[in-house]
Ligand binder design. Structure first.
Ligand code: SF4
Length: 189
């Protein structure tokens, strides 16, 4: 008897393969054979299955941890969605946590200043909230040409692919509540 995981894996592979082959006429058997050989590259440490946070494809990942530190992230060969592969963005997910070039503190440059100051995260959150409120109070338009519009044209929101679906959902709700109509996100898969 097939387990649920085996069923999903076979159904995903067959559906994707049949669709690509029928649309393009390409023989994908060698690719399928190659994918079936994908094995984890790093075998030591504790391996935890997870899901790529970048986009709604939701590729499966295996995160490997050793002594409280993430030592590797790669595609999960058991995932029916990606069968062990990751796009370049997902394949670089390790750098989300281990990256010496990534700033880990809030840096603030005051108006007209030429130097950066390190600030606590709570200070930055409060300042952003104050500025958003100030801007909304100054720019909100309730009526235009006699019609109720309730918009704030002075604020815009640009999201990126590191925002996952749930955050994008709640973020869109927050922006609509502020009257923001200029809401955009570069990840549109
Ligand atoms: S960003 Fe790439 S690896 Fe991550 S879920 Fe999307 S397609 Fe998969």
């Amino acid at each position: 008897m097939l387990t649920r995981r085996e069923f999903l894996k076979r159904a995903g592979a067959v559906t994707a393969g049949a669709t690509i082959a029928s649309v393009s006429g390409i023989n994908i058997k060698p690719v399928q054979a190659q994918v079936s050989k994908i094995k984890l590259q790093v075998k030591e440490g504790r391996q935890v299955p997870s899901v790529c946070p970048y986009c709604s494809v939701g590729c499966g990942m295996i995160i490997t941890e050793s002594e409280g530190k993430i030592i590797n992230i790669e595609g999960n060969p058991d995932s029916p969605l990606n069968l062990g592969s990751l796009c370049p963005k997902g394949a670089a997910a390790f750098q989300l946590v281990e990256n010496d070039n990534r700033p880990k503190e809030v840096l603030y440059r005051a108006p007209h200043s030429t130097s950066w100051e390190t600030k606590p995260l709570d200070w930055a959150m409060d300042r952003i909230a104050e500025k958003v409120k100030e801007d909304r109070d100054n720019s909100f338009i309730e009526k235009q040409d006699g019609k109720l519009v309730n918009v704030n044209p002075a604020l815009a929101s640009l999201g990126g692919s590191t925002l996952e679906n749930e955050w994008n959902y709640i973020h869109a709700k927050l922006m609509r509540g502020l009257g923001v109509v200029n809401v955009e996100n570069h990840a549109r898969i």
